[in-house]
Design a binder for this molecule. Sequence first.
Ligand code: NI
Ligand code: MN
Length: 227
Amino acid sequence: MARLTYYGHSAFMLELDGKKILIDPYLSNPMSPVKPEDITDVDLVVLTHGHGDHLGDAITILKRVKHAKAVAIFELANYVGEQIGDPSRAIGGNIGGPMHVDGLKIALTTATHSSPYGAPTGVVIMGEEGRVYHAGDTGVHMDMMLIGEIYKPHIALLPIGGHFTMDPVEAAKAVELLKPKVAIPMHWGTFPVLYGKPEDFKKLVEEKGLGTEVVILKPGESYEFKF
Ligand code: NI
Ligand code: MN
C-alpha cells in the first residue's frame, strides 16, 4: 500500500513504490505533528517553489539525511544544491517532460503564483501504486485540464486557504478540471489569513456530482491507497 501523511500546511510524506518522498517540508509550521529533526529517513525532497512556507526545512533535512535528493525546478534546485554544499544531490528539471528519478516519474507543472527561484510549479509524482498531483501554491488555471488529461492523477492535493492561493470555490473548479478520484485539501488553517475551510471545499465538490471523493486529513493523519 502507498501512503500519504499530512504534516499541515502543504507538507506531505508520500510513501510510493517503496520510496519516501517529502513534499514542501515546512515542518516548523504551527500545525505540524513532527519536527524537522524527526525526519531521519527520506529518499526525495520535492519542492514546488521557493517561498519559505514550502522550501521550509528542506535545507536542514537534506544536510542531515545524506542519501536524500532534492527535486525542483532548475533555479530552485541550484539554490538548494549550493545551500547543502552538494549540487549532485539537487535534481533540477522544468515544466513538462517528466523526470525519471529513482524509478518514479516526476512531472513539474504550471502554477499561477510567484517564486524567488525560477518559476513556481506543481508536481505530479507517478509510480506503480498511483499518481499524485500536488498543486503547490496556485490559482485555478486551465492547464489543470491538461494535467488531468495527460498525467491522470488519482489523487489531487489542492490549496484551499485563499488569499495566496485558490479558495474553496476555485479549488472545487480545479477538481472539475482535473477529475481525480480523490481530492485532499491543503494550505488551510495554518494562519488566520487562510480563511478557506476544508468542509466548505468538500461540500462544493460534492454539489458538483463529479464522483471525486474529498478526504480531509488533519495534520498527522494518513491516507492509504493503491490504484
Ligand atoms: Ni507561495
Ligand atoms: Mn504557500
